[in-house]
Design a protein around this ligand. Structure first.
Ligand SMILES: CCCCC/C=C\C/C=C\CCC/C=C/C(=O)SCCNC(=O)CCNC(=O)[C@H](O)C(C)(C)COP(=O)(O)OP(=O)(O)OC[C@H]1O[C@@H](n2cnc3c(N)ncnc32)[C@H](O)[C@@H]1OP(=O)(O)O
Length: 177
């Protein structure tokens, strides 16, 4: 995770785990630590983005291949900790979605106060497409953002929306070129 101060009050927080910013336990820990440190330093707002062409590919599936029970438990704790920290942060949080944001990548964006996204990208929770279900707090985030019926349809079908479709249903707030 890298931090660039745009002013004394606004920080650009970049996920920097090539090639796709898959959320490993370490990346999630780094993000949470960074947000907490910025909160402690009188910063007012952050822009969460990526240093590569993918915003975030979701959970690191490689790290979850044949894990021990202990690792799954600590991984899940880290994921929940990151979500709680970001969602409840006192900072103004903006997601600059500058690449694909599937699954937990979408969760990160939806946990922010405002979302801008570059065109020709995709965002959504596609877990059902590979036989997983999103946890209830992912579901609530989606329902709070696009409405319950739309969320139900998107989650049932594991739809990844284009930038334009995401704007049309309120999943993002602005398209930025
Ligand atoms: C944690 C609990 C475990 C137990 C499970 C039990 C219950 C779980 C219940 C619920 C969990 C649900 C919540 C799940 C949330 C998730 O986030 S799951 C992850 C979903 N992510 C995706 O579906 C995205 C998959 N990736 C892509 O679609 C594309 O990679 C892309 C992001 C659009 C980028 O495309 P492109 O730029 O073309 O890059 P490549 O596809 O070529 O990928 C480059 C390399 O990156 C590797 N990679 C991609 N995504 C991931 C990933 N999520 N984790 C790990 N690695 C990833 C890809 O394999 C390539 O690697 P190589 O270069 O081939 O080595």
């Amino acid at each position: 995770v890298t931090v660039e101060m745009k002013s004394s009050k606004v920080a650009i927080v970049r996920m920097n785990r090539p090639p796709v910013n898959a959320l490993s336990k370490d990346l999630m820990h780094g993000l949470r630590r960074t947000i907490c440190d910025l909160e402690d330093n009188d910063v007012k707002g952050i822009v969460l983005t990526s240093s590569s062409k993918v915003f975030c590919a979701g959970l690191d599936l490689a790290e979850l291949l044949n894990p021990t029970q202990e690792f799954v438990s600590s991984f899940w704790k880290e994921l929940q900790g990151l979500w709680i920290t970001l969602y409840s942060s006192r900072l103004v949080t903006v997601a600059a979605v500058n690449g694909a944001a599937p699954a937990a990548g979408c969760m990160l964006a939806l946990s922010c106060d405002y979302r801008m996204m570059s065109s020709k990208n995709v965002i959504g929770m596609n877990e059902t497409k590979f036989g997983l279900f999103p946890p209830p707090w992912f579901v609530e985030l989606m329902a709070d953002t696009v409405g319950r019926r739309k969320a139900e349809m998107l989650l049932l079908q594991g739809t990844l929306l284009s930038t334009e479709d995401a704007l049309a249903c309120g999943m993002i707030d602005q398209i930025v070129e």
